[in-house]
Design a protein around this ligand. Structure first.
Ligand SMILES: Nc1ncnc2c1ncn2[C@@H]1O[C@H](COP(=O)(O)OP(=O)(O)OP(=O)(O)O)[C@@H](O)[C@H]1O
Length: 273
């Protein structure tokens, strides 16, 4: 029982931007959506969110077509943090996070104390408790991003859609955020550009190119120098981190030449010879 895409295609401005994508995340898993700029990651997330409808194929939530569900019903289960979400309204951070409770609110009032506790916990999770009463426009880009994450957490979702959530975040907050997402009891689908973060925190990665799924599977199987050369046009060297057992990718500038990269030590010794 989860959010699924089956053979989904979507045309935008005359171009096929999502092309026959099937995505069936294991419940509770963290799925990384990878792929170069314009490969269709955000478009697929919009379809999964239900804010756009595919031209063909279906998106289902617990086996019901998303198109048949009301927005509020979807929002009780699915939370998302998209790019460029912003507001000019004079609103304090805690009120932004409180918006996450909207789908759960009954017209007859309800558990205000519970709502406040969930909001406080969400702020705590992203390290914004001390800034809860600050006006939105006084936050830095990274703090705003963390507030959006807190809003999504306050929604108590079972499915979490994140579009480049580490954008704007310093390295510590990138790691903390993805560690939190991976540990949450939710199914998370996360568009990421950083292959090493994807390798560290995702159970599965799905690689898109021109709207199509090129490959999918555990990061250790998918993130090979060949795949990175094919999809990103970049030379990469992939090793296994002894501590985590996860792949680590290092990059070399310049186009791929079809050869497997020699270890850096070899070229250093050549230079010093
Ligand atoms: N509103 C739109 N109208 C027409 N085409 C669009 C629209 N929005 C996006 N596209 C096109 O759809 C394709 C997929 O874009 P999308 O934003 O889904 O890619 P992405 O993988 O998320 O890219 P990025 O990594 O740059 O965020 C791109 O070719 C883009 O130009």
């Amino acid at each position: 029982m989860t959010l699924k895409a089956q053979h989904v295609s979507w045309r935008r401005g005359g171009t096929l931007v999502v092309d026959g994508v099937t995505l069936q995340p294991a419940p509770g898993s963290t799925v990384g959506l990878l792929g170069p700029n314009g490969s269709g990651k955000s478009s697929l997330l919009r379809l999964l969110q239900g804010i756009a409808k595919p031209d063909s194929g279906t998106i289902t939530l617990d086996d019901t077509d998303l198109a048949l569900l009301r927005r509020r019903e979807v929002a009780q289960t699915v939370a998302s943090v998209t790019q460029h979400a912003d507001t000019d309204v004079d609103i304090v951070v805690r009120d932004v996070v409180r918006l996450g409770r909207t789908p759960h609110r009954s017209p007859f009032g309800g558990e205000l104390a519970r709502d406040e506790r969930i909001i406080s916990e969400a702020l705590e999770h992203v390290g914004l408790t001390a800034k809860a009463d600050r006006l939105w426009h006084t936050l830095s880009g990274g703090e705003r991003q963390r507030a959006h994450i807190a809003r999504a957490l306050a929604q108590e979702p079972r499915e979490l859609l994140l579009d480049e959530p580490t954008n704007h975040l310093d390295i510590r907050h990138q790691l903390e955020l993805l560690e939190l997402v991976a540990a949450l009891p939710v199914t998370a689908i996360v568009a990421l550009h950083d292959l090493n973060l994807a390798a560290m925190f995702c159970d599965t990665v799905v690689v898109l190119q021109h709207g199509r799924v090129i490959t999918a599977g555990p990061p250790a199987e998918v993130l090979t120098p060949e795949l990175i050369a094919d999809v990103y046009g970049v030379r990469a060297h992939v090793t296994r981190d002894d501590y985590t057992g996860r792949p680590t990718v290092t990059f070399q500038p310049g186009p791929p030449k079809g050869e497997v990269l020699r270890p850096l030590q070899a070229s250093t010794s050549v230079r010093s010879a």
